[in-house]
Design a protein around this ligand. Structure first.
Ligand code: PEP
Ligand code: MN
Length: 340
């Protein structure tokens, strides 16, 4: 349920409605908009009388939200969510490009590539310190040491850091270093992790699970918003289909649909979405043409020597090519690439 307040509703009236909702054993989620405030209600709706709510001072109307996802839906919040982070806006007119290696492998490797992606125009540095790998024998990441290296790269380049948190026990550790917490595809339905991450209040990059429907994807985001953390960036990173020519199938159609039914920003990951570096630039162009709010791309100075995902990693030179082609597409879309 959603309570839409009058344009001139006072803060006292908004507070009274929130108190009424809490008093009925439900949770109010005030969502300030540019014109008016709306108050989302989560919990068992049988416990509240919507007609009574409608009679309260300052209330314009009460809307029943029919979708299973509430807080992430456009019914709840018609305006796009724009996440502001250190002068950067994610989900606004500008496209945000995140780039870096799959994994932090060493100080030299990360700093080297961080400077290269910065020069090419990326604004956020990616790199996994904790790696969820299909095989227990594959490189698992450097752990906290990797986080320290990422922090050094941020100090040297000014790039913000996005890095994955794989388990609830390490959320506070990763949150101390990261500007954006990444939830990997394999953890999209790790509900305890989503809730814990939601509580940090930090921006979250939520990757779509490899077999998740759009509804499941949005319900996963709902877990984070239910903790009153609205800074969620969705990421289409490919799903599993019968096609085994590429690593996954980048489901670009998700982008316009998610933007229609949700207010959250969505970016694309053409690296995991294809698994092949030659397809990364064309799929990046396609994602931006479909309305993506940004990209996350794997870049490695020596892809052949990468400890993970070398086959899908761009060299810095190829990444420059990506930036220039994406810039042209973004201009055609009436957008620009965010720069620092
Ligand atoms: C990654 O970004 O390196 C990663 C492991 O991504 P995903 O969770 O989408 O597979
Ligand atoms: Mn990877």
């Amino acid at each position: 349920m959603l309570v839409v307040m009058n344009v001139h509703a006072t803060s006292g009236q908004i507070e009274a409605v929130c108190e009424h909702i809490s008093g009925a054993g439900l949770t109010p989620h005030p969502i300030p908009g540019s014109e008016r405030t709306a108050i989302g209600i989560t919990g068992n709706k049988e416990m509240i009388d919507s007609q009574q709510l409608e009679l309260m001072d300052g209330v314009l109307k009460v809307i029943q939200v029919t979708k299973p996802y509430k807080l992430v839906s456009r019914e709840f919040k018609p305006e796009d969510t724009v996440i502001r982070l250190n002068g950067l806006s994610i989900g606004g007119q500008e496209l945000v490009i995140m780039a870096g290696p799959c994994a932090v492998e060493s100080r030299e490797q990360l700093l080297d590539v961080a400077h290269r992606v910065k020069e090419a125009g990326a604004v956020i540095l990616r790199g996994g310190a904790f790696k969820p790998r299909t095989s227990p024998y594959s490189f698992q990441g450097l752990g906290e040491k990797g986080l320290e290296i990422l922090a050094q790269a941020r100090d040297e380049t000014g790039l913000l850091i996005v890095t994955e948190v794989t388990e609830t026990d390490s959320v506070s550790l990763v949150a101390r270093y990261a500007d954006i917490l990444q939830v990997g595809a394999r953890n999209m339905q790790n509900f305890a992790l989503l809730t814990r991450i939601g509580k940090t209040g930090k921006p979250v990059l939520l990757k779509r699970g490899i077999s998740a429907t759009i509804e499941e994807f949005l319900m996963a985001a709902e877990y984070i918003l239910a903790e009153d953390n609205y800074s969620v960036i969705l990421c289409e990173r490919g799903v599993r289909t019968f096609n085994n020519y590429t690593r996954f199938t980048l489901d670009i159609s998700t982008i316009p649909e998610v933007k229609r039914i949700s207010h959250l920003p969505i970016i694309a990951d053409p690296s995991h979405g294809t698994g092949r570096y030659r397809m990364v630039v064309p799929m990046a162009r396609a994602a931006v043409a479909a309305g993506a709010d940004g990209l996350i791309v794997e870049v490695h100075c020596h892809p052949k020597e990468a400890l993970s995902d070398g086959a899908q990693s761009l060299t810095p030179k190829n990444f420059c090519q990506l930036m220039s082609e994406v810039e042209q597409i973004s201009r055609a879309m009436g957008r620009e690439i965010a720069r620092t």
